[in-house]
Design a protein around this ligand. Structure first.
Ligand code: BDP
Length: 715
């Protein structure tokens, strides 16, 4: 056993204090800036020495991180050779640390990633904070939990923290192309410098992994779901292996998106038919090759027969056949296949289809046919990451299949990088929704937790921007995703409070209003973009800004007009039995509620019904007035956020204050644009005046229709 000591001697660091005027956001929520004196003293008392017993790389990474945190928070540097007389922190597993083994801590039920952080009095009388887990991963997560206690200024006197993740695979999907461009990325280019890998490992990879580990993320899909077969060539496997080496001490496995026709494109086969034995053999030998280079490779993510991607249906085979051939290849190595349910291709033969029904129609009949190591990855809503969608009816509908919810952190449909929208609130709403699939209380969180193999995926929002995510507040979405993946029953509001305190300041005069602002921000974007159940009325291709008028795209279900169906009578899509009957895909209590306009929650009204302009809403107002007032409310909410942020200027360093302030100005302008363009357009159908309190559009409709965005990012 190796004994590593990080002893914190009294060296005060000079020049550590960070000027309030310079913070570029690089350090995310792991800022580790000097605490007030009393808190520093408390840490110094409890953490005079940090001792890692063992050689597990994750325990060593944890010890290094603890040292880094204490150094930043107290200004006292780790330094060997000081006699111990105060508190110490001991990190390790019972397997590797005899001291921990002898303490007989109850670690049952913590699995292989849970932790215990507990203050004990050792036989020699020394007060020790023990950070223990059954594996190094548990120790790593426990250490980050301890660091969080320190950052938040909590008492370290009598710690007893115990936590284990409720989901096994907590994965970020990077939609990164091998040429460095990120599909739907708004924060710079890909972090992975494929050109210089495997020889040069950018130190930023480690900082990325630290951030992931600090919130419990344990898997990273490196490449775009619209995959290039090249990522499976020997050259790229070597590059991927280099990244895996960097991530491993941080408890992170790498995964790759696999292109279904890779056996043909890089394997020279004549077919990619999943039932062809040569194809199965190719995938098996490819998996063996990958695992030789990366023994803990996580597995494959697959987008097939969707948006032009090849897939098993090209050979008359089912999605289960497609998933299982890859699953068989990785199964001997403990790998998994995450197979996406986001499909809307096969049925379009010129006829108009309801895209929101297609994932269910394709996958529900396959329940029970997927291999044990397959997770069917399902987007939160039945359409496509809109500001608000009802949940996908697949949740609860496939009891014999592992489903893996997928949410989008990069804000493709939420104003992109510049709009302050807390996606954590969206994820929280989704996870806590009751599907009634097994009776009341069947929330998506519970259903997901109760499966044999569990997981959740988030489409990453990080890139080469100095602040990683394009804005300070976008960082919160990365943070919240990790925390909600660890505990899907946690509250996004509580998580926002931690994040705000860690990222800016613990002062409640800052945290309380900022958390309110973040929670409101999700409602604001729904209001100024797609209130009352509207969806998919954004600009074509880049998805930036309003374009509800678009109608000329080749397929009906690509056109915004298909999603609102405004006419002289009213607005909204009839998805009841008299329309597309999408509601029949939900469990009976929900289908029954959605069958009638009067019992449908107003936030989903126009998603499920075509409603007359003069329909009386719960407020007593007409639908038209209510719609207009929601658009106005969204703008007002952004204006209030802007005012609120300006009032918080004294709490924030100039650099981050100014950036957020500038972005809020963009958001306000674009919220007004959404309101004006949508009301100008929908008004041509309703032919009713705007209600009092709603500003008239600044320009005629033709102005909004004529706007063009040739350089909009993230296509
Ligand atoms: C859509 C995006 C597209 C993605 C697709 C997907 O516009 O870029 O490839 O989702 O999830 O929202 O596969």
């Amino acid at each position: 056993m190796r004994l590593i000591r990080f002893l914190l001697a009294g060296l005060t660091m000079i020049g550590l204090a960070h000027s309030a005027s310079a913070d570029d956001g690089y350090r995310l929520w792991l800022r580790y800036t000097l605490l007030p004196d009393a808190m520093q003293a408390s840490i110094a008392r409890h953490v005079e020495a940090a001792i890692a017993e063992g050689k597990d790389p994750r325990v060593l990474a944890a010890a290094g991180e603890l040292d880094r945190a204490v150094f930043g928070l107290t200004g006292k540097h780790a330094n060997a050779g000081v006699e111990l007389n105060k508190g110490e922190v001991l990190l390790g597993t019972p397997d590797e640390s005899e001291t921990i083994r002898k303490l007989n801590l109850d670690l049952a039920g913590l699995g292989d990633e849970g932790y215990r952080v507990r203050t004990v009095t050792r036989p020699n009388g020394m007060r020790t904070i023990v950070v223990a887990g059954n594996t190094g991963a548990g120790v790593l997560y426990g250490t980050f939990a301890l660091i969080r206690e320190m950052q938040l200024g909590h008492s370290l006197d009598n710690l007893d923290l115990r936590s284990a993740p409720k989901l096994r695979l907590r994965v970020l999907d990077h939609w990164d192309n091998l040429n460095g461009h990120i599909e739907r990325g708004y924060a710079g280019d890909s972090l992975w410098d494929w050109w210089k890998l495997p020889d040069y490992k950018d130190p930023r990879y480690t900082d990325y992994a630290r951030a992931d580990a600090s919130v419990g993320i344990n898997g990273v899909v490196l490449n775009n779901v619209n995959a290039a077969a090249a990522s499976l060539t020997p050259e790229y496997i070597a590059k991927t292996a280099a990244l895996a080496d960097v991530f491993r001490p941080w408890g992170i496995r790498v995964y790759l998106s696999a292109r279904f026709t890779a056996p043909m494109e890089i394997g020279g086969l004549k077919t990619a038919d999943p039932l062809d034995p040569t194809v199965a053999a190719w995938w098996k030998s490819k998996a063996d090759e990958i695992y030789r280079a990366i023994p803990d490779f996580g597995g494959f993510l697959v987008k097939a027969n969707s948006e032009g991607q090849p897939g098993p249906q090209d050979y008359g085979r089912s999605h289960a056949d497609g998933a299982n051939v890859l699953a068989a290849a990785v199964a001997p190595h403990g790998g998994v296949v995450m197979y996406r349910a986001f499909v809307y291709a096969a049925q379009d033969q010129g006829k108009v289809v309801d895209r929101t029904k297609q994932a269910y129609e394709n996958f529900k009949p396959l329940d029970g046919m997927f291999a044990q190591n397959v997770l069917v990855q399902v987007k939160n809503g039945p359409l496509d990451f809109q500001p608000r969608e009802p949940f996908s009816p697949l949740f609860g509908a496939m009891p014999r299949t592992n489903l893996m919810p997928e949410v989008q952190l990069t804000k493709e449909y939420l104003g992109q990088a510049t709009h302050l929208v807390y996606v954590g609130a969206l994820i929280d709403e989704f996870l806590h929704t009751d599907t009634f699939a097994r009776g009341p209380g069947s929330t998506i969180a519970r259903l997901t937790e109760d499966q044999k193999l569990t997981g959740i995926a988030g489409v990453a929002n990080s890139g080469t921007d100095r602040d990683w995510s394009g804005s300070s507040f976008n960082q919160a979405d990365w943070y919240a995703f990790g925390r909600l993946a660890w505990d899907p029953e946690a509250s996004a509001r509580d998580i926002a409070a931690d994040w705000a305190a860690l990222t800016f300041t613990r002062d409640p005069a800052f945290v309380t209003p900022v958390v309110d602002m973040m929670m409101t921000s999700r409602e604001a974007v729904v209001n100024y973009m797609t209130p009352l159940g509207l969806a998919h009325i954004m600009g074509t291709g880049h998805h930036h800004g309003p374009a509800p008028w678009v109608h000329e795209l080749a397929r009906a279900e690509w056109n915004p007009v298909h999603y609102h169906q405004a006419d002289a009578v009213g607005i909204g899509v009839d998805r009841t039995a008299s329309g597309t009957d999408a509601i029949a895909q939900y469990a009976p209590p929900i289908a029954k509620q959605l069958a009638k306009v009067a019992t449908t929650p107003e936030k989903f009204l126009l998603w499920f019904h075509h409603v007359p302009w003069d329909y009386r809403m719960k407020s007593g107002r007409t639908l038209w007035d209510e719609l207009a007032l929601h658009y106005q409310a969204g703008v007002d909410q952004v204006r209030a956020m802007q005012r609120q942020w300006r009032a918080l200027r004294p709490f924030v360093d100039a650099e981050r204050f100014e950036k957020t302030d500038a972005f809020l100005a963009i958001q306000l302008r674009e919220a007004e644009w959404w309101r004006d363009a949508c009301l100008a357009y929908f008004g041509t159908f309703s032919k009713r005046p705007l209600p009092a309190g709603v500003a008239a559009p600044a320009h005629p409709l033709s102005y909004y229709q004529g706007l063009d965005f040739p350089y909009a990012p993230g296509r």
